[in-house]
Design a binder for this molecule. Structure first.
Ligand SMILES: Cc1cc2nc3c(=O)[nH]c(=O)nc-3n(C[C@H](O)[C@H](O)[C@H](O)COP(=O)(O)OP(=O)(O)OC[C@H]3O[C@@H](n4cnc5c(N)ncnc54)[C@H](O)[C@@H]3O)c2cc1C
Length: 494
């Protein structure tokens, strides 16, 4: 039997996992990537490399670590993150729906897929800086997110790309795929533009792994609503929805609410798009997600979310939308000196925008575009409502709350009483869209009628129905890896 030829569109984490799996299953693999080599790797390169997976014990974590020489490991409590908790975390964002087959597959294959990645050159490390707090001399992990790829997103993509090429995979840059070719009822190739003109490539199967439509202002406005035109784009400018468009033209089915997305509080002064030309630290440090340690105020000087509703892993992806919906589409995050040492590195970033003052009165005067009198009233009322009987513990849902406000803060409510006070201006940055193609358990793309489009597979951001109304942090890369591996294997096996 002749070797099957698999074409993969995109070159991020999902595409690379599909490529490695296809090669492992005996097919040949060629990747077509729209960006040039410097900008390839998609949103995956922008990530912290954090990956969520179900694990039963410390031993399972240690099995994923190649380097166990870090002396902190002896003083680390990883706890466990059983499949049931992963399921509960996804269910909490499912708008009342039961888990879908795809979601169950994501959970069930998550640990095995990370193990598979370790067998393919990817190295993992505990995320001490953002996912653990020190308690009684021990590092205690919280929130179910424990490991990240060494070197974050860049490290992950570089390791996967090296493995893909070691196994014989090819990659062509500056190949912008525009059209799927089909013959006798099955996909047989792809048409793409290059700097030299239009070209085509033939194949036995195509894996679409070219991201969502978050970077298309036009599609955001049309599919998500006018407001979304104004969101900043956190990642690559290249994910403009062409995979979705190509497949929908062939009768593929859209899965998910078009306006559902991952969107995060970002520095109000960040550039409109993520930009690979920026140093990595700048790309990632525009994010501002420590709102749980303080409060957020809108232009009317009012709070508008429960900043301590849950661990920030479970709220940060929804709070970007909440900010976009505020007047002027911005907010200010306010902290006092008690918590500034706990703020993530992104708050100490040299380009971070913030104002500082020794009193709340002078702080609010510096909040651009805000009703200062109302802001001060909100801060006084907040301070008066903090329950001081309870202890503050950022490593747990500490229940330290405010009482009797119309919008209470449920955890980590400290009085803002220790100068200097700081305020950071934030806006909404869209990370990725949740709606996408409907696929079956083999990652085959389904048509409007529910049958497979022969020879067409999809993975990564482009797959719809995995995230519905929210997102437990670190699930995007895992989803790309789980369904990328499946898609590559299925495409290779026909
Ligand atoms: C700033 C940021 C931080 C994040 N942090 C995390 C994290 O720590 N953990 C986590 O799990 N998730 C994180 N995410 C989400 C994560 O990036 C995505 O879920 C995941 O990377 C998507 O992978 P993918 O392979 O589907 O898409 P991508 O990695 O975006 O790859 C898509 C590729 O397709 C290419 N492409 C697009 N159109 C075409 C076309 N027409 N022809 C050819 N190529 C095309 C693009 O250039 C790109 O290279 C983060 C996202 C961002 C933006």
């Amino acid at each position: 039997m002749s070797q099957r030829r698999v074409l993969i569109i995109g070159s991020g984490n999902a595409a690379l996992c599909a490529g490695i799996a296809a090669l492992e299953a005996g097919a040949s693999a060629t990747m077509l990537e729209k960006a040039d080599a410097d900008e390839a790797g998609g949103n995956s390169r922008y990530t912290a490399g954090a990956m969520r997976f179900a694990y039963a014990s410390r031993a399972e974590i240690l099995r994923l670590l190649q380097d166990t020489s870090d002396e902190r490991l002896q003083r680390t409590d990883f706890g466990s993150y059983p499949a049931e908790r992963f399921a509960a975390d996804l269910l909490a964002f499912n708008a009342g729906r039961p888990l879908s087959d795809l979601q169950r597959r994501l959970i069930e294959d998550s640990y095995a897929t990370l193990l598979w990645l370790t067998q393919h050159n990817v190295r993992f490390e505990p995320i001490y800086s953002r996912q653990s707090f020190e308690r009684d001399g021990r590092h205690v992990f919280w929130g179910g997110l424990t490991l990240a790829a060494r070197g974050e997103g860049d490290g992950l993509v570089d390791a996967e790309l090296e493995e893909y090429q070691r196994l014989g995979g090819l990659i062509r840059y500056r190949a912008n795929c525009l059209k799927l070719l089909h013959s006798d009822g099955r996909i047989c190739g792809v048409e793409f533009t290059t700097p030299q003109g239009i070209e085509s490539a033939s194949c036995d199967a195509v894996v679409l792994a070219c991201g969502g439509f978050e970077a298309s202002r036009e599609l955001r406005g049309r599919l998500m609503g006018e407001l979304w035109q104004y969101a900043k784009v956190r990642g690559t400018p290249h994910n403009t929805g062409s995979g979705l468009t190509m497949a929908l033209e062939l009768g593929a089915k859209l899965n998910g609410q078009p306006d559902a997305c991952h969107a995060v509080p970002m520095d109000r002064d960040m550039p409109d798009y993520g930009n690979m030309a920026l140093p990595f630290v700048e790309r990632k440090n525009y994010r501002k997600i420590c709102y749980f340690l303080g409060v957020m105020l809108n232009a009317n000087g009012a709070r508008f979310v429960d900043e301590g509703e849950n661990f920030r892993n479970y709220t940060y992806a929804q709070f970007g939308r909440a900010i976009l919906e505020q007047p002027g589409r911005f907010a200010w995050q306010i902290f006092d000196a008690k918590v500034t040492p706990l703020l993530y590195e992104e708050y100490r970033f040299e380009h971070a925008s913030f104002v500082e003052a020794d009193t709340l009165e002078s702080l609010v005067q510096q909040l651009d575009d805000v009703d200062t009198a109302a802001a001060l009233k909100t801060l006084y009322e907040y301070n008066a409502a903090v329950d001081e009987q309870l202890d503050f513990d950022p490593s747990a849902l500490d229940g330290k709350c405010t009482r009797a406000l119309s919008l209470n803060k449920s955890n980590w409510a400290n009085k803002l009483d220790t100068p200097p006070f700081r305020a950071y201006p934030v806006t909404c940055g869209i990370t990725f869209t949740y709606a996408g193609l409907e696929v079956d358990a083999s990652a085959a793309v389904l048509s409007e009628y529910g049958d497979r489009i022969s020879g067409l597979f999809a993975c990564g951001e482009l797959v719809g129905g995995i995230f519905v109304a929210g997102y437990p942090g670190g699930s995007g890369l895992t989803s790309g890896a789980v369904f990328g591996r499946l898609a590559g294997r299925s495409a290779a096996q026909g």
